[in-house]
Each structure stands twice: as structure tokens, then as C-alpha cells.
Design a protein around this ligand. Structure first.
Ligand code: RP5
Length: 162
């Protein structure tokens, strides 16, 4: 079976963050591919990837980038697949630059933007899974189980507090 989700990132230095998106997808048994594609260092590759993603069977794109983070928006400009943008925590501005670059898309070309850093990457994987779960019952069941497990873990930890 082909990958349903593509996880792309602007640099190998983003992997430290984007691995959490991949962890979410793996936990939910979703086939994905991961690639480094840079908006400013490999612009032609970025356009080729975005243009061909749908015909290759990709259903959701997760794009992580830091700093002047134009990757999610530029990919979204070249495909009508849903794009989830993950702001990577930058050194200079702690990821506020990444967040604003990704979240403030002008009307017409949406990018679903998550929180900065690890939580955002984790949620990007989960959100992609939730999108797929609209048409995939097995994924929907796995998501339900994961939620149940989270609830039970919190209730148990609360009981341990006494
Ligand atoms: C962006 O520049 C990447 O997404 C990365 O977050 C940031 C820094 O890249 P490197 O200098 O670490 O390659 O394109």
C-alpha cells in the first residue's frame, strides 16, 4: 500500500521535532513517507512534490519548518490536498517566527497550523489520522482506543495522588 501521509521538513535539523509526527502516525498504523524538502534551497523539488502528491496517493501533507517558514504555505499553494503546518522552534525567536509565518496565510490557501515544537508535531500526526478516519473505520477505531487509554491514564494517575 502506498503512503497516505507525507511528512516533509525544511532541513534535517527539523527531524528532532518532526519525528513526533511520525511517532503518532506509526502508533496509529498509518503508512507515511518522510522527506527533507526546502522551500528556498530546493524550490523546484518542492513544486514537483506538491504537484504530484495527489496522483501518488498522498491524502494529507504535514510540513514542518522553522524561521521564515514558507514551506507549508508554498506547498499548499501547489496542491488542494490538506496541508498541516508545524512551526519548528527556532533558536533566534523560539519559534514565534515559524508560527507567524505558517499561521498567517492569506484567505484562499489554507494551512492548518499546530502549536510550536513537539506538541505541534505530535498533534499534526494525530490530526492527519483524524482526517483519514473520516473514510477509514480502522483508523477511527484506533483513535478511539488511544483516547480511551489517555483518559484511563489520567484517572489512574489522579487516584495514585490519593
Ligand atoms: C528552515 O530553516 C528549516 O525548516 C529549519 O528549521 C531552519 C534551519 O535550517 P538549518 O540551517 O538547520 O538547515 O529552512
Amino acid at each position: 500500500m502506498n503512503s497516505e501521509v507525507a511528512v516533509i521538513m525544511g532541513s534535517t535539523s527539523d527531524w528532532e521535532t518532526m519525528k513526533y509526527a511520525c511517532d503518532s502516525l506509526e502508533e496509529l498504523e498509518i503508512k507515511y513517507e518522510k522527506r527533507v524538502i526546502s522551500a528556498h534551497r530546493t524550490p523546484d523539488l518542492m513544486f514537483e512534490f506538491a504537484e504530484k502528491a495527489r496522483e501518488r496517493g498522498i491524502k494529507v501533507i504535514i510540513a514542518g519548518a522553522g524561521g521564515a517558514a514558507h514551506l507549508p504555505g508554498m506547498v499548499a499553494a501547489k496542491t488542494t490536498l490538506p496541508v498541516i503546518g508545524v512551526p519548528v522552534q527556532s533558536k533566534a525567536l523560539n519559534g514565534l517566527d515559524s508560527l507567524l509565518s505558517i499561521v498567517q496565510m492569506p484567505g484562499g490557501i489554507p494551512v492548518a497550523t499546530t502549536a510550536i515544537g513537539k506538541a505541534g508535531a505530535t498533534n499534526a500526526g494525530l490530526l492527519a489520522a483524524q482526517m483519514l478516519s473520516m473514510y477509514d473505520k480502522k483508523v477511527a477505531e484506533r483513535l478511539e482506543k488511544k483516547r480511551q487509554h489517555m483518559t484511563e491514564t489520567v484517572l489512574e494517575s489522579s487516584e495514585r495522588l490519593g
